[in-house]
Design a protein around this ligand. Structure first.
Ligand SMILES: NC(=O)C1=CN([C@@H]2O[C@H](COP(=O)(O)OP(=O)(O)OC[C@H]3O[C@@H](n4cnc5c(N)ncnc54)[C@H](O)[C@@H]3O)[C@@H](O)[C@H]2O)C=CC1
Ligand SMILES: O=C(O)C1=N[C@H](C(=O)O)C[C@H](O)C1
Length: 267
């Protein structure tokens, strides 16, 4: 393949804008089109801050986009509901998805895994593209073998739609794979204000903080007799996610199954 022909869904968003720049500066990628539900029929160059992108077409209908453009890869950075529809439509049209959009359910993942299998196509769903965040999840999983008591605190900007974050859910899943199951806290503990103990995942607790000024942060705290261990990652800008997006695009064109989490493709 000469150049990887890429379509980006959500180009005007916080992540989409960064991804557009990533594709532009990567020699063997070509930004073939973008998907934007509000501006179909126009050109990317018409959007505020995108004049350098001139005549790159904007589609509202993703199926029409795939039929006319025939891209290799879709990068989806939209919303949970839309992201699932985009990912399925991509696979149905022979396009390999790289999905940063969070909020996919277990059932969504199972459905997509089956579709990848049927079509013989790769798809990468990455709850977090920041390589440091992936390491934070892996280190947390290592710690989960030795500490049964864990509280996950994820902290994000206040425009985030889903909670807990995709990263927190994936972290909890990875820890649950190795942790001896335990219902944490006092057996008789009572919340005097509902939600005080956060979400309960397999007996672990997840707390979601939303504040202006934050970008994307997570702290995983482990405790046992006389000690605590805290593992923390901070993304201070959205450029922090782009090396992971590039790794996913470079990998997805070579695989024919669904991969959930960058830890599965990081060497
Ligand atoms: N995997 C990762 O490393 C990261 C994932 N995310 C996730 O990526 C997603 C996007 O995040 P942000 O860029 O912060 O959100 P955002 O709200 O800035 O951008 C979302 C974009 O989706 C677009 N959109 C909504 N409906 C659409 C549709 N029907 N068709 C096409 N575009 C549509 C909106 O116009 C908007 O531009 C979220 O799910 C977020 O959780 C965010 C940061 C990192
Ligand atoms: O919405 C965000 O901003 C982020 N979403 C992802 C998540 O839900 O984990 C990744 C990162 O935390 C930023």
């Amino acid at each position: 393949m000469d150049k990887v022909k890429v379509v980006i869904a959500g180009p005007r968003g916080r992540m989409g804008r960064e991804a557009v720049q990533l594709v532009k500066r990567t020699d063997n990628y070509e930004l073939a089109a973008v998907i934007d539900h509000k501006n179909g029929g126009g050109h990317l160059g018409d959007f505020d801050g995108f004049s350098e992108f001139g005549q790159i077409p904007v589609y509202s209908d993703i199926a029409v986009c795939f039929q006319e453009i025939e891209p290799n890869v879709l990068i989806d950075l939209t919303t949970p509901e839309v992201g699932m529809h985009h990912t399925k439509t991509a696979l149905e049209h022979g396009v390999r998805p790289v999905v940063g959009t969070t909020g996919f359910t277990k059932e969504n993942l199972q459905e997509l895994e089956a579709l990848c299998h049927d079509k013989g196509l790769g798809c990468i769903i990455a709850p977090n593209f920041a390589l440091g965040a992936v390491l934070m999840m892996k280190f947390s999983q290592m710690a989960g073998r030795y500490f049964n008591d864990v509280e996950i605190i994820e902290l994000h900007h206040d425009q985030k739609l889903d909670s807990p974050s995709g990263t927190a859910v994936k972290t909890a899943e990875m820890i649950a794979d190795v942790r001896e199951q335990k219902q944490q806290g006092h057996p008789n503990e009572k919340e005097t204000i509902s939600g005080a103990r956060g979400a309960n995942f397999d007996g672990m607790h997840i707390h979601s903080v939303r504040l202006p000024g934050l970008i994307a942060h997570q702290q995983v705290m482990f405790g046992s007799e006389g000690q605590t261990l805290t593992i923390r990652h901070d993304s201070y800008n959205r450029a922090s996610f782009m090396s992971g997006v590039k790794l996913a695009v470079d990998t997805v064109v070579k695989i024919d199954t669904l991969v959930y989490g960058l830890e599965n493709i990081m060497e």
